[in-house]
Design a protein around this ligand. Structure first.
Ligand code: PRP
Ligand code: URA
Length: 225
């Protein structure tokens, strides 16, 4: 599953087979992912761990956000200091993306939040879009597209198309678990969108679920199973 040694790496690693994929092999992220995979983990713990992972990932992903120097007056004198120079927008894919959003907002409280509603048709596995709402200037800064599961890639690819229609050219995707099929689709259709994940799993099963995965993320976050 993971082509990297279990130690050594603190930073996300570019996957050797997928130039669009960064895998976080940090021990704390992997420890929490294991709890999320565990069938015995209850809804409350699932939500908490998912948000914790999202925050840990965001700390790394946001290294590339643009900054600018401004003047600020401390209690003692004027100085210069850095701030985020472009507005950051989080775009969770409903429903399951909501399960990571609070963890990201804890680190980037000034971020705006847009939403994209998409669900997979259970038979065709094709994305069905039902909602989209963004800040009018969503394209003015980095966009973090959020969905814990990248399976066929249909939902994520649709979401990026919607963002592109609004002019967004700086889009990153934050996931938890990916299937090779979904990463490949994103590479073909949106090669400039870097996908950050805690795991690249083996494959999809015949119902489109990621194997070994963690089941239906939305159901586990919201207790609807
Ligand atoms: C899940 C998940 C992704 C999508 C991934 O949502 O949260 O959005 O499936 O599958 P894909 O890569 O094959 O498109 P789901 O369709 O179950 O909707 P829900 O979050 O409303 O339950
Ligand atoms: N959506 C999920 O929630 N889980 C999967 O394994 C695939 C799609």
């Amino acid at each position: 599953m993971c082509p990297f040694p279990a130690t050594l790496h603190r930073m996300p690693q570019k996957h050797p087979d997928f130039p669009n994929l960064h895998v976080f092999v940090h021990p704390l992220i992997q420890q929490k992912l294991t709890q999320l995979r565990d069938n015995r983990t209850n809804t409350e713990t699932f939500r908490r761990r998912l948000n914790e992972i999202a925050g840990l990932m965001t700390f790394q992903i946001s290294r590339e956000f643009p900054t600018a120097e401004i003047e600020v007056e401390t209690p003692l004198e004027m100085t210069t200091s850095r701030v985020l120079s472009k507005p950051v927008t989080l775009v969770p894919i409903l429903r399951a993306g909501i399960g990571m959003t609070d963890g990201i907002l804890a680190l980037v409280p000034e971020a705006r939040v847009g939403h994209i509603g998409v669900y997979r048709d259970e038979v065709t596995l094709k994305p069905v879009a039902y909602y989209a709402k963004f800040p009018p200037d969503v394209a003015a800064g980095p966009v973090l597209l959020i969905d814990p599961m990248l399976a066929t890639g249909g939902s994520a690819s649709h979401a990026v198309n919607v963002l592109r229609e609004r002019g967004c050219d700086d889009v990153r995707m934050i996931c938890l678990v990916c299937a090779p099929e979904g990463v490949r689709k994103m590479l073909q259709e949106h090669p400039d969108v870097m996908v950050y994940t805690a795991a690249l799993d083996r494959q999809l099963n015949d119902k489109g679920y990621i194997m070994p995965g963690l089941g239906d993320a939305g159901d586990r976050i919201f207790g609807t199973q």
